[in-house]
Write a protein that binds this ligand. Structure first.
Ligand SMILES: C[S@@+](CC[C@H](N)C(=O)[O-])C[C@H]1O[C@@H](n2cnc3c(N)ncnc32)[C@H](O)[C@@H]1O
Length: 308
């Protein structure tokens, strides 16, 4: 990474594809809902001198890292510490040419010993915004077994979620991520695991999703994007697992079908569709990108174009 990265190690995923679908070469006004290491934001700004970006992140560390180099772009870059579900309250501009959401967590968060990685001996926190909400440790150590089961099941753990919730309650308190990963390995889920992927992967994902209310956040963002994007503007979303991908794909398809409007839609409620999913199939990383950046392997880029 260049020294402009302010210490971020995250490699932006599907970068050229995002620039192309958002028409970055023409310049414009963009909203990056997930600033992270700033890779997409920076590339948008560098693609044209008449580009402005408003970039959000709920992680104050990401915003602070970005402030280290934001001055280079002057007023062309505005950084806002907020969950994207609050974007309408935090950002007054309407009529963005492009809105980008690169979902999930960044490599920086994974490496910061905040409990996102199952090798972490540090506290099992998992909050992207450490200033609010309860940590994964507090949730696991205090929640009712049923609530833990629901979080695991909703997060994709599958048929072993109930048994695992029972095991987790019997083994608490948990202090760090490593302890949790070891308990999962010894559970039914761990014993059934056949692939080379650590059995705790899906459990960590489920807890992270619960602690950060990730699906609810995405739902709220999708509700308001039609207010934020201009006519002819685009929404580009990069998903990393089937739960979020299904939510994004179904919402975009719903928008495309005649007469289906998000609650936030302020245009006429006639039978005209508000836009199109384009391309119809998700854009996935090339073999070259996956070999260069393994974190990109499950990425899917879905794009919606609002009608003129
Ligand atoms: C995959 S990273 C983005 C990487 C970025 N595109 C880049 O090129 O460096 C996802 C970022 O989104 C942030 N994030 C996740 N959920 C969020 C939410 N609901 N509101 C705001 N930011 C969120 C995370 O804190 C993380 O920094």
């Amino acid at each position: 990474m260049t020294e402009l990265s302010g210490g971020a190690v995250h490699i932006p995923v599907l970068l050229n594809e995002v620039l192309e679908v958002l028409g970055a070469g023409r310049g414009g006004m963009y909203l990056d809902c997930t600033f992270g290491g700033g890779g997409h934001t920076r590339a948008l700004l560098d693609a044209h001198p008449d580009t402005w970006v408003v970039a959000l992140d709920r992680d104050v560390r990401a915003i602070e890292r970005g402030r280290g180099w934001a001055a280079k772009y002057g007023e062309r870059l505005e950084l806002v510490h907020t969950p994207y579900s609050d974007v309408l309250q935090q950002v007054s501009f309407r009529g963005f040419d492009g809105v980008l959401a690169d979902l999930g967590m960044s490599t920086d968060q994974l490496r910061e010993e905040r409990g996102f990685s199952f090798a972490d001996r540090s506290a099992l926190d998992m909050r992207m915004d450490e200033t609010t909400g309860i940590s994964a440790r507090e949730f696991l150590n205090t929640a009712a077994e049923r609530d833990i089961y629901i979080a695991l099941a909703r997060g994709g753990v599958g048929t072993t979620a109930r048994q695992l919730a029972r095991v987790l309650v019997s083994k608490r308190p948990f202090e760090n991520a490593l302890e949790l990963a070891e308990v999962v390995r010894g559970s039914q889920l761990g014993k059934r695991a056949v692939s080379r992927v650590h059995p705790a992967t899906v459990v960590f994902q489920a807890l992270r999703m619960h602690v950060n209310q990730e699906l609810q956040e995405i739902e709220k963002l999708l509700e308001v994007v039609p207010v934020l994007a201009k006519k002819g503007g685009k929404l580009a979303v990069i998903t990393f697992h089937s739960l979020e991908d299904r939510l994004v794909a179904n919402t975009m398809r719903g928008w495309e079908s005649a007469g289906t409007y998000p609650a936030s839609w302020r245009g006429p409620r006639d039978q005209k569709r508000i836009g199109v999913v384009s391309p119809k199939k998700p854009i996935v990383p090339s073999d070259e990108e996956v070999s260069r950046n393994a974190a990109s392997r499950s990425a899917r880029l879905r794009v919606f174009e609002f009608v003129e």
